[in-house]
Ligand binder design. Structure first.
Ligand SMILES: [Mn+2]
Length: 434
């Protein structure tokens, strides 16, 4: 006999993987552990008839020849009544799991760190061209959404999203999904927020900003920690907030940061910890690290050089092509075309910036003989520049305020670069090379 089972305290990924595995292994009996979580109970109370799950007590342990385990491969996470299988000789074991750690000695092992285990099984179903019903697709998508925090956890891979696309294509029902998945701000989130507030400490950091860092133990996966941290930051009223959420059982720490000031770049800090994000928000998932070390890392990054590393001089374009004020308009047109840019700074004989020429200035040209005039005749003298030690956010604000797409970056009196809209975009969308 072949059986399929999953971990105790089953969540949606466990149940979805169990159901998906019955499609991949149609001759195996699915065994649902005795303890399952509350959301799952609610779901099964309505859908029970659609799934033929066995209880561990219905299984004759001696008759089991093949054990297929999904969403775990750790013996102690299986139902108590299945434990004797650990000692059974010649037992064939197959595992499908996205947790890298486990002590099961499997002959066939599908272990990869996807966002959810069900992703791998959905890929297998797709590969084997097996048909699934909309209800199965809905359950699989619930597993996928729960374990990836609606595709927002940093552990989410592109293949999780592809699997979600496949399931939506198979008519997974998003309305059912939102009914059974945990509410965004439920009891668990509220408890965490309250505990964080009780532990809250405020400190001052470089630049005179306020910061708060909170360390919490969380058990199992908790959705929407980022939202909890945002609420915490607002309530404690600090410029910068960090949460270190430790899951001892899985030996993982989730670090989430939020910043309301340009000078503290969360994305940069999280990247140095192996995560990612944007200047205002980001997160990192650290394995095996202890919270004390993470706290030190954060303090070091925040007091260290992260301010200087996001100065405009790091993201601006250079060298800057400038044009002398006496250059004929005609030549400037050609130069711009050759360089493939829409404008450039105009300088005098001492290389001092005196204006900017851009496409819209050429509209001032009425008569063809004006094409021979010096560019200073039509350039814009309304000079908007920015010092090199300002932040990208300040540059973006200037672009919006003055409706311009390029701003010369100055150091003392010299142009050292130019920041363009596309430079700013690359920065905000975290596309800069490391
Ligand atoms: Mn899982």
């Amino acid at each position: 006999m072949k059986i399929i089972t999953t971990h105790k305290g089953s969540d949606f990924d466990a149940l979805a993987s169990l159901a998906a595995a019955t499609i991949v292994y149609p001759d195996a009996k699915p065994v649902l552990p005795g303890s399952i979580n509350a959301n799952l109970k609610a779901f099964l109370s309505i859908h029970k008839d659609l799934f033929d799950f066995y209880s561990p007590k219905e299984i004759d342990i001696d008759g089991v020849e093949t054990l297929i385990v999904v969403d775990t491969h750790t013996w102690k996470r299986l139902d108590q009544r299945l434990q004797p299988l650990a000692k059974k000789e010649n037992l064939e074991i197959i595992v499908w799991d996205h947790h890298s750690k486990g002590d099961m000695d499997a002959g066939e092992k599908y272990v990869r760190e996807t966002g959810a285990t069900v992703t791998m099984l959905v890929q297998e179903i797709e590969r084997q061209r097996k048909l699934i019903t909309p209800i199965q697709a809905t359950l699989f998508l619930m597993g996928l959404y729960e374990d990836t925090g609606n595709m927002a956890f940093p552990s989410t891979l592109a293949e999780d999203a592809y699997a979600a696309g496949f399931l939506l294509d198979r008519k997974a029902d998003l309305n059912i999904l939102s009914t059974f998945l945990k509410p965004a701000y439920g009891k668990k989130q509220k408890d965490i927020l309250f505990e964080m507030i009780q532990l809250a400490e405020r400190s001052e950091i470089k630049g005179g900003f306020t910061m708060s860092l909170s360390e919490m133990e969380v058990n199992g996966r908790v959705q929407n920690l980022a939202m909890v941290l945002q609420m915490y930051k607002d309530i404690v009223n600090v410029d910068v907030a960090f949460g270190i959420f430790r899951d001892s059982e899985r030996d993982k720490c989730m670090v989430i940061g939020r910043s309301g000031v340009d000078e503290v770049n969360i994305g940069f800090m999280m990247r140095s910890m192996g995560g990612g994000g944007h200047p205002g928000a980001g997160s990192a998932l650290l394995k095996g690290a202890n919270p004390g070390t993470i706290r030190e890392m954060i303090m070091e990054l925040i007091q260290g050089n992260q301010y200087s590393s996001v100065m405009l001089s790091d993201i601006m374009s250079y060298p800057v092509v400038t044009v002398n004020a006496t250059t004929p308009v005609e030549e400037v047109v050609m130069l711009l075309r050759d360089m493939g840019c829409t404008g450039m700074p105009v300088v005098d004989d001492d290389d001092k910036i005196v204006g900017v020429i851009s496409r819209r200035d050429f509209k001032k040209v009425r008569k063809s003989k004006q094409m021979q005039s010096p560019v200073k005749a039509i350039m814009s003298r309304n000079l908007i520049t920015i010092p090199h030690n300002k932040s990208a956010i300040e540059a973006a604000r200037l672009m919006i305020k003055h409706d311009i797409g390029r701003i010369p970056v100055m150091k003392e009196d010299k142009i050292i670069g130019i920041i363009t809209r596309s430079d700013a975009m690359l920065y905000f969308y975290d596309l800069l090379p490391d």
